[in-house]
Design a protein around this ligand. Structure first.
Ligand code: ADP
Length: 391
């Protein structure tokens, strides 16, 4: 069965077409700079990458070109072969605890939740509408980044703010990266053949740590928005909330200014004065750059703090998993994090930790907690949820 996984951003559209249930990727690609000058798209087919310039006026135009490419590359003979299209939606809040078939009511609810994800939910709706019009025979499924975290207990998601802010304004922890955390949970279940107590570290340019027990989320580090939790490429993570009114006052900032400062100018970038990518941080450390060294230490500490917290919350952990850009590729960061966990009986297999991008056990046989590098795959999770709802 042919299933398409789609991820629409405000000016981009990523896609992957699968043959399910084999999980075989038939074609994947991305449309970029939609609605902006110099738009283009690229796709990977049979190991070859093809890039084309195209005037992408809007998402509808990108969808049209994508569907034409599927036919001309003989991925499908007719669009009716596409049985399901899974759409990534960032914010489902407490309205969705799992993926759902898209109806008018579902679209309305996603729209109502746009206030909580102003950059992301409107883009998802544009994509959903464009695909629903163009591929009428397919079933359309919404896969929410927040859904997996809906199992948290109230004491995990309520902030110690006046309670009416939760009741009247929905201020609570929702978490993010749920599709990735769910995928890693599934991979680890396949590995152990049973549910284990997991601490999953999704470390990319955005990052979050999740505690999982019995296949369900107990707690996660991101909060009301993806700004909370660990230090990230450009986001500050957890800070003393009183800093915000203080600097707004001192620097005469409005809400947009402060939002930009904590989301786009902070984290690794803020500390180093411009370096966002952890590869560049590592190059800086090699060149004895003091600020890169400091940024890395603060980053590692923020991750270790969450692991320690979740170790206690779970009454011990069976496995710690590292995933996403940094988690899958940075041997240095994994080593530094694991070195800080020696007190918990964590012990690194230095040779195994040289691995990049492939499922690898990186703890030694004597380690009290198994540690793994687990490549994430949010697209296949979207395709799986879609397939399960469509079949
Ligand atoms: P996102 O999806 O949040 O944009 P990714 O999961 O793709 O992020 O991770 C991107 C980040 O991964 C990059 O910013 C970079 O810091 C890090 N990264 C990628 N490759 C490496 C590497 N070889 N060594 C260290 N860090 C890496």
């Amino acid at each position: 069965m042919k299933i398409l996984a789609v991820n629409c951003g405000s000016s981009s559209l990523k896609f992957q077409m699968y043959e399910m249930p084999e999980e075989k990727v038939l074609i994947s690609g991305v449309f970029e700079r939609i609605g902006i000058d110099n738009s283009f798209y690229s796709y990977k087919l049979n190991g070859e990458k093809i890039k084309k310039q195209a005037y992408l006026k809007d998402h509808k135009e990108a969808v049209k070109i994508l569907l034409d490419e599927l036919i001309s590359n003989k991925i499908v003979e007719s669009l009716s072969e596409i049985k399901g299209i899974g759409h990534r939606v960032v914010q489902g809040a407490d309205k969705f605890d799992k993926s759902v078939l898209i109806t008018d009511d579902v679209i309305k609810t996603i729209d109502e939740l746009s206030a909580l994800a102003p950059l992301h939910n409107p883009a998802a709706i544009v994509g959903i509408n464009a695909f629903m019009k163009a591929v009428k025979d397919a079933k359309h499924v919404a896969v929410f980044d927040t859904a997996f975290h809906q199992t948290m207990a109230k004491e995990a998601y309520i902030y110690a703010l006046p309670y009416y802010l939760y009741k009247d304004y929905g201020i609570r922890k929702y978490g993010a990266h749920g599709t990735s955390h769910k995928y890693i949970t599934k991979v680890m279940h396949d590995y152990y053949k049973e549910n284990k107590k997991l601490i999953i570290c999704h470390l990319g340019s955005g990052g979050s740590i999740t505690a999982v027990k019995d296949g369900r989320v107990v707690d996660t580090s991101m909060g009301f928005t993806p700004n909370a939790g660990i230090v990230m490429g450009t986001r500050c993570g957890d800070i003393d909330a009183s800093i915000i009114p203080y600097i707004m006052d001192k620097l005469n900032m409005n809400t947009n200014d402060i939002d930009k400062l904590i989301n786009k100018e902070s984290g690794l970038k803020g500390i180093t004065g411009g370096i966002t990518d952890s590869r560049d941080i590592e190059t800086g450390i090699e060149a004895n750059d003091e600020m890169c060294d400091l940024a890395q230490k603060i980053f590692v500490r923020s991750v270790v703090n969450y692991i320690a917290k979740y170790y206690v919350l779970l009454s011990g952990a069976d496995a710690i998993c590292f995933t996403a850009g940094i988690g899958e590729n940075s041997s240095l960061t994994r080593e530094q994090i694991m070195d800080n966990l020696k007190v918990l009986g964590v012990s690194l297999d230095k040779e195994a930790n040289k691995a990049r991008g492939t499922f690898t056990k990186i703890s030694s046989n004597s380690s009290k907690i198994d540690c793994f590098l687990v490549p994430t795959d949010e697209e296949v999770m979207i395709a799986l949820d879609t397939y399960n709802l469509v079949k």
